[in-house]
Design a protein around this ligand. Structure first.
Ligand SMILES: Nc1ncnc2c1ncn2[C@@H]1O[C@H](COP(=O)(O)OP(=O)(O)OP(=O)(O)O)[C@@H](O)[C@H]1O
Ligand SMILES: Cc1cn([C@H]2C[C@H](O)[C@@H](COP(=O)(O)O)O2)c(=O)[nH]c1=O
Length: 213
């Protein structure tokens, strides 16, 4: 367990892995079990960070430099942590966060080619060493994830969705490097299963941490 009182859980994975769908279900199930839960997302979760999200993901911002992109994600992260995540953890809440630092390491560090260590460096300034207690990686091949998104006509297409499949394959490769690097923190969940099974496996992966909480 980390320095704060609550439990900090991030959910990661390629586009269309089912993170947003499953994390909402996880929230309900944890509340049913009597836990106090905060569901939030990155980039976003609070006003300032949602505004930064709008800038980063605007499909018209095609000129955005990769380092600018990495810094904007880190800035949104910092504000979100300070305003929302840290206070909730201090109260003993379970924080479920849809994406966190591993997205920056996989997308900007590996797929954009900035370097995982370089992106880790700028994020250390943002997170003050506060990594999640557990990260669930929703494992799906990028082709299948992008296919799910293509089938979902309610989803707004953002600037990163418009990247070539080769970019999303690099993102997936980046996540594999992170799984090797952080084996104690990152747990892999088979995200190709039906939603109920993904939820079951996600809850199972959190059992020992929840027992401690
Ligand atoms: N286990 C599943 N099986 C089949 N379809 C799924 C499953 N989970 C989610 N979906 C569908 O796939 C689409 C993408 O799901 P969702 O938005 O939850 O993914 P995501 O990981 O949050 O994506 P992104 O990071 O790109 O926003 C949605 O249409 C959703 O209904
Ligand atoms: C936190 C974070 C996110 N991204 C990317 C990943 C997705 O393409 C978008 C967020 O959209 P979603 O529908 O909420 O998944 O942003 C990134 O590249 N780097 C990050 O740090």
């Amino acid at each position: 367990m980390n320095q704060n009182k609550g439990l900090f859980i991030s959910v990661e994975g390629p586009e269309g892995a089912g993170k947003t769908t499953v994390i909402k279900e996880l929230e309900l199930r944890l509340i049913d079990q009597g836990h106090s839960v905060l569901l939030t997302r990155e980039p976003g979760g609070i006003e300032i960070s949602e505004k930064i999200r709008g800038i980063i993901l605007d499909p018209e911002h095609t000129k955005m430099d990769s380092r600018t992109e990495a810094l904007l994600y880190a800035a949104a992260r910092r504000q979100h942590l300070v305003e929302k995540v840290f206070p909730a953890l201090e109260k003993g809440t379970i924080v479920l966060c849809d994406r966190f630092i591993d997205s920056s390491l996989a997308y900007q560090g590996h797929a954009r080619g900035l370097g995982i260590d370089e992106v880790w460096g700028i994020n250390q300034f943002a997170i003050d060493n506060r990594l999640p207690d557990c990260t669930l990686f929703f494992d799906i091949d990028p082709e299948a994830g992008m296919e799910r998104i293509a089938q979902n006509n309610q989803r707004e297409i953002n600037r990163l969705d418009l990247e070539a499949l080769s970019f999303h394959q690099k993102v997936y490769e980046g996540y594999q490097l992170l799984i090797e690097r952080f084996p104690d923190r990152i747990q892999v969940i088979d995200a190709k299963q039906p939603v109920d099974n993904v939820c079951r496996d996600a809850l199972h992966a959190l059992t020992s941490l929840l027992d401690e909480a």
